[in-house]
Design a protein. Structure first.
Length: 169
């Protein structure tokens, strides 16, 4: 995505986007494997057992359900983002279709940042979670690519942050 033309709701006039993050696409492997598994089982049963129309009408819901699960997972992946601007970090966490949580942390309020990489997929594809701590609050940005590099970019932005000059009334 071209960040030069990307804007978001609530963006301030003088606010620039330094980094736009999504979860690593490798997290879509699990629902993708579900589709492949069901389709393979259905094809094999159809080939080897010359299944009847009854089997066909049982298998259609299985494939349909697995496709719905994949599309739901893709939608959640697509809507879950984190944005680093020159003033703040914004984390939009989409848990379900109708459950969204949004956190905003000003760069001068960031206390501690850490990251973790778990599991074999996380190490193979170099993704993990970033934990940002501020005054009384912890925000986790889950499954992002190269969390160590993102941590360094946020630290750099926080260290070079200078508060906005308020206009006089």
């Amino acid at each position: 995505m071209n960040e030069a033309v990307f804007t978001f709701r609530g963006q301030k006039e003088d606010e620039d986007i330094n980094l736009f993050l999504r979860q690593h696409p490798a997290i879509l492997l699990k629902p993708g494997f579900l589709i492949v598994f069901f389709a393979t089982v259905i094809i094999l049963v159809f080939i080897f057992y010359k299944a009847s129309y009854v089997f066909f009408w049982v298998s259609v819901p299985l494939v349909s359900i697995s496709l719905v699960i994949f599309l739901f997972s893709y939608l959640i992946w697509r809507l879950q983002v984190a944005i680093l601007t020159n003033y703040r970090v914004i984390v939009i966490e989409q848990r379900k279709i109708f459950l969204r949580r949004v956190w905003e942390i000003d760069l001068d309020k960031i206390g501690n940042i850490s990251y973790k990489m778990e599991g074999i997929l996380g190490h193979i594809f170099n993704f993990g979670s970033l934990l940002i701590k501020s005054a009384g609050e912890e925000v986790e940005i889950a499954n992002i690519e190269d969390p160590q590099s993102v941590l360094e970019k946020i630290k750099h932005a926080a260290n070079s942050f200078s508060p906005r000059k308020e206009s006089k009334l």
